[in-house]
Ligand binder design. Sequence first.
Ligand SMILES: [Ca+2]
Ligand SMILES: [Ca+2]
Ligand SMILES: [Zn+2]
Length: 297
Amino acid sequence: MFKRALATTALALAASSAQAITIEFDYSYDTSGFFTDQHKSVMNAIAGEFGTRLTDSLAAITVSSNNVFQPRVDLITDGTPTFAPSQSIPQDTLRIFVGARSLTGSTLAEGGGGFSAGGSSTFIDNLNNRSQALPQGLDFGPFGGAMVFNTATTWYLDDNVTTVESFSGFDFYSTAIHELGHVLGVGTSAAWTNNTSGLSFTGATAMASYGGPVPLANSGHLLKSIDSTFMGSLQEPALTPSITAGQRKYFTELDWALLSDIGWQVAAVPEPETWAMMLAGLGLLGWRLRRGVAKTA
Ligand SMILES: [Ca+2]
Ligand SMILES: [Ca+2]
Ligand SMILES: [Zn+2]
């Protein structure tokens, strides 16, 4: 239903003048071998899409013998956490550790982030906001985070996520962009909390998009009955609590507005053909709560 032919009009690549974010997915802790080339292809498409539309400026994280940063690579809250070795992250880069395990109940995946660190206050401050505008807590600037997918789920792996076909199973792309929203701070950051009032999100960009305070289903998700738009078509946002088998959900304008309100610089809505290029990867070469997305019957 979002299938579109390439337009014949000339296209200005407006996004190319902005500073793109590099999204690195780190598979080195995928010990179960969940991520096949098909999975990685979807993740690469997402890295292209989000890396191009997020136009922020993130300071580098540079570790030393005194300044230690160990990203958390699991999202397990009921066991011993696993941290990666201390590591630096280049400027304008987000490093997201991805893996899979059997998740209980109806949870399809979880996303969030955390780390263990020690060092100077300047170093620690930079881990928390990567030189975003002060005061802290309004402009979220993480190192990246972690995402874990349920190995027990029957996933649909689309070899071209710009087209929607009939499918069974749960859409890996839709689930991954939902979790990426959490990694980027939706429901998991002080900037998010500071823009909520009870079960309403009151960030200015989102309110302008929705037409008033945006109703939430819980502290980290939009109400499922909300509609926004993707490429001009009405769609349930990506950041509602659940998705149905056979359902594709793209990141709607309201989802992007949430990111804008928690401090991300977001490029203008791309033309459909630009968006397709971004997905093809051609556009441009503290502890936070974990959040899940559930499946609906
Ligand atoms: Ca497709
Ligand atoms: Ca920012
Ligand atoms: Zn969620």
